[in-house]
Structure formats: C-alpha cells, structure tokens
Design a protein around this ligand. Structure first.
Ligand SMILES: *Cc1c(COP(=O)(O)O)cnc(C)c1O
Length: 353
C-alpha cells in the first residue's frame, strides 16, 4: 500500500471525458442586457419577489465571501445543496459503480453509507477504537487502488469527539485515495479546522455546512473545500443551477452576521455544559461522553425506556442504542434554555428503577 498518486489516477474515465452541460448563464456571463437566451418568463413571478431568472450557476458572490472568510481561493470552493450533495458527487466523480470502494469508520454519519449504496459502491467498515479514534493501522491495511474515498467525520456524529489531528495527517499521508474530513460541527469545537492543510494535501476534501452553527438547515447550503483540480471535477458534474436564488441571497446575508453566529455558538456551548452537569446527576445515567459538538451522547441503564418516556413528554431525542460502540446510548441535541429546562424537568420525573 502506498499513498496518493494524483487526481488523474482516481477520477472515473467517463467523468474525465465528460463534456459538461453548458447553461445559458455559463455561455453569457455578463450582467444586464436583454436576456432572451434561457426561456425564462420575462414578465415576472407568480409569487412576491423576482424569481423568474435562473440563479448564478457558479455562485460567484457567495464563493468570494467564503474565500475571504476562510483564506482560500474561490477555486478551492464547491457549494452544494447541503453537504449531502457534495458527498454524492464525490462518489459519482471517483467511484466506478460495482468496482471501487469507500472506507467509513462506524459509528459515524449514516449518509456516507447510504450515498455509497445509491452509487453501488461497496463500503469497507473499519470500526473506531474504543476511545472513538480512527484505527489508522487497520484503515491503511484495508486500503488499495480500489479504495477511492475515506470519510473522517471530525467532530464525529454521533460520538461527539474530534479526531486526533496526528491520526488524520497519517491517513492523509498514506491513504491512496481522497480523504474527506466532514467538519459539520467544527464551529462548536475548540480544535482548529483542517482547512489550513488544504495547500499541503492534494487529496484533502474538507466538508462544512451552514446547517448547524449558522442556523440555516432549511436553506440547504453545504461546502466542499479542496485542491482546485478536485473542485473543478465537482463543478463539472453538478446540476447547473444547484443553489437556488433565495439560498444564495440569504447565504450571503448570513456571512455578514458572523458575530451573531458566534454569539449563538457561545450560548449553545454554555447550555451544553449546563445540560452535561445536570444529566450526569441522574442515577440512571452511566456516562456523558465529552463533546466537541452541539449534542451529547449519553449512556443509560435503559435507553429505550427513557426514549419512550420522553416521547410521551413530547420530547424527541435520537436513539443510537443499536449503533456499534454506542450501545445503551441516546443522543441529545442541545436545545434552547427553555427546551433544556423542560428536558431536565421531565427526566426528573423519570422512574430510575
Ligand atoms: C448535519 C450533518 C451534515 C450536514 O449536512 P447538510 O446536508 O449540509 O445539511 C453533514 N455531516 C454531518 C456529520 C452531519 O451531522
């Protein structure tokens, strides 16, 4: 097993040879003028607001702003209809259906495996260690010319911990395919983003999202940062107008509210630490795992008993009790102060025997 040998060795032949769709807005990039090239409705929209024109297929304004914010170039940024779109496109770009494979590290985010299955790509599962860290030796032992993608979710969903950077670097240095680091929860973590290694590793893809800390889950705005040659491939195969006008407009607006985002993160983290202390007090709680995220993984005597009880109380948490290494666990997203108080009040009424 040896390390990464360039994107040209990984990209699917049909994608390399693909002549991408050229949209009206690709062929004429100017602004203004009489636009009679895209078969749009020239009169207006059937709702309030002007949505009769197609959105910018390259999302130039948004990319400018993300580039500045993260000290990368627009050419290093792909914007997707949620991170889930970027995950799917990575499979389509690099994994030949029925032939190539992806390595995932359970327990982790479920979309990697679903997306792999949709694309008829086999997943090789290398369980995290008991301390929820990547088992580097085992991962590299399973790697070969067919393992095109490796998914590292850091901080990891559902365990809540960030991976040791040294382990991720060893994987970046030795894995023959692309290493995707999913940083959906990075805003809640004290650990730095892997983005600063972008120039150093041509096989690094960093996923981020506006669905969590930025509070825009409903808008669907996910990002992939990588070497320009990887981004070029994703741009080539994405649906031309994948980010709609409202999402582009409000995404841009949100990027002007970094302070508000930071204040919300601070409040969520304060609530998390309060919640952690309170949950730990219950006799039926065995363990609250350390968390670099906006949720807590909690090990319980009778997880399903508490889950059903909370449902009756109108409180919904995530049952992870049947997930490998998470046996006995529920996942609690940190709510607002009111919601957290109601959760604790309810748990106080839960019979401990
Ligand atoms: C929530 C989450 C995402 C976000 O996905 P979007 O499609 O951007 O909403 C990505 N990765 C992980 C691990 C998540 O938990």
């Amino acid at each position: 097993m040896s390390g990464f040998k360039g994107i040209d060795n990984l990209i699917r032949e049909n994608i390399r040879n693909l002549k991408p769709y050229s949209s009206a807005r690709d062929e004429y990039k100017g602004t203004g003028g009489i636009l009679l090239d895209a078969n749009e409705n020239p009169i207006g929209s059937t709702v309030d607001g002007a949505y009769n024109r197609y959105p910018d297929p390259r999302q130039r304004n948004l990319k400018q702003k993300f580039a500045k914010l993260n000290k990368v170039l627009p050419a290093n940024i792909f914007i997707g209809n949620g991170s889930d779109e970027a995950i799917d496109l990575l499979f389509r770009a690099f994994c030949n259906p029925g032939k190539d494979k992806a390595v995932i590290l359970p327990p982790t985010y479920g979309m990697y495996k679903v997306s792999a299955s949709i694309n008829d790509v086999e997943t090789i599962e290398v369980q995290l260690t008991a301390s929820f860290q990547p088992d580097v030796e085992n991962i590299l032992a399973k790697a070969n010319t067919k393992t095109k993608l490796l998914f590292l979710c850091s901080p990891n969903n559902p365990t809540g911990n960030a991976f040791a950077e040294e382990r991720m670097q060893t994987l970046l240095n030795n894995f023959p395919g692309i290493v995707v680091v999913d940083e959906a929860y990075i805003d809640f973590s004290e650990k730095p983003s892997m983005l600063r290694w972008l120039d150093h590793y041509p096989n690094l893809v960093v996923l981020q999202t506006m669905s969590k800390a930025w509070g825009l889950a409903g808008l669907r705005l996910g990002l992939a940062y990588a070497n320009a040659s990887i981004i070029e491939i994703l741009n080539k195969i994405k649906p031309p107008y994948n980010i709609n006008s409202i999402t582009q407009k409000l995404g841009l607006e949100a990027l002007g509210q970094i302070d508000l985002k930071k204040r919300m993160v601070t409040e969520i983290l304060r609530e998390k630490s309060k919640l952690e202390d309170q949950i730990r007090q219950f006799s039926f709680v065995q363990k609250v795992f350390p968390s670099d995220t906006n949720y807590l993984l909690v090990k319980l005597d009778d997880p399903l008993g508490l889950y059903e009880f909370l449902i009756k109380e109108n409180i919904v948490v995530r049952d992870r009790s049947r997930v490998v290494l998470c046996e006995g666990c529920l996942r609690f997203t940190v709510g607002n102060p009111d919601e957290n108080e109601q959760l604790i009040t309810s748990m106080n009424r839960y019979p401990s025997t």
